[in-house]
Design a protein around this ligand. Structure first.
Ligand code: FMN
Length: 216
């Protein structure tokens, strides 16, 4: 059942976060596009925001820390300016129903720009909060697809620090419904691996539940 068939008026809001340093020939970018295409076919009506981290991501620095740890009502104009980039990244993540992340493994972990993105979106009081029972993620009800591409490291092997890190980081802000699409060990048999990743995308999106709750 598509959104159009259910009569939904709201589009499925998709945020694509791309971390590959490559603009062309990137396997992870190709597969995130495949996911977006499959979601569009499945749900009929999408709104897409592309966040290409290669265009630049702010880093945590002294001004950001001072601003972030100052309560909102006490922030100066300087504090607000220091948080502008981070606020924009949080806003687009909050608006998203579905987050599609393209994550190559670089030196056993995530690319530095993706770590910087996590640092920008993990915001106390906005995306998580501290409770008597520990931290609680505030971004509930979202779905994430993560394409993990690697040359030699198998996804979820002891040398893969990217996949568990991303699961943990998303879970921390409340996104626990996460599908991993492995495009790993591409140095071995790239075509077979990419075919298998595409087949998995087709399978998981075909079997995803209809978003009838969006049909209001
Ligand atoms: C700087 C850099 C570091 C990399 N480090 C690793 C690594 O530690 N382990 C691995 O299996 N592959 C590593 N690779 C290979 C990439 O994960 C692989 O080429 C992947 O396809 C890159 O994603 P992309 O095709 O979307 O650009 C590295 C590639 C680059 C450019």
């Amino acid at each position: 059942m598509t959104l159009e068939k259910t009569g939904a008026k709201n589009p499925l809001n998709i945020l694509e976060v791309s971390a590959s340093g490559r603009r062309s020939e990137s396997i992870s970018r190709g597969l995130t596009q495949d996911i977006i295409d499959a979601l569009e076919i499945r749900y009929g009506y999408i709104e897409l925001t592309r966040r290409n981290l290669g265009d630049g991501v702010p880093f945590v620095d002294e001004g950001w820390i001072a601003a972030n740890f100052t309560p909102d009502e006490e922030r100066t104009d300087e504090h607000r300016a220091a948080l502008t980039g981070s606020d924009a990244l949080v806003d687009e993540l909050r608006r998203a129903d579905v987050v599609v992340i393209g994550a190559p493994i670089y030196n056993f972990g995530v690319p530095a720009v993706l770590k910087a993105w996590v640092d920008m979106i993990a915001r106390a009081r906005l995306t998580f909060r501290y409770t008597a029972n520990g931290p609680e993620g505030l971004l509930k009800g979202k779905k994430a697809y993560i394409v993990v591409a690697s040359g030699g490291v198998p996804v979820d092997s002891p040398a893969d620090f990217a996949t568990p890190y991303l699961r943990q980081a998303l879970q921390f802000v409340g996104i626990s419904d996460v599908e991993i699409i492995a495009a790993d060990q591409l140095n071995k048999a790239a075509d077979d691996t990419i075919d298998a990743a595409r087949a998995r995308i087709a399978e998981i999106i075909h079997t995803a539940p209809a978003l009838d709750s969006r049909a209001a």
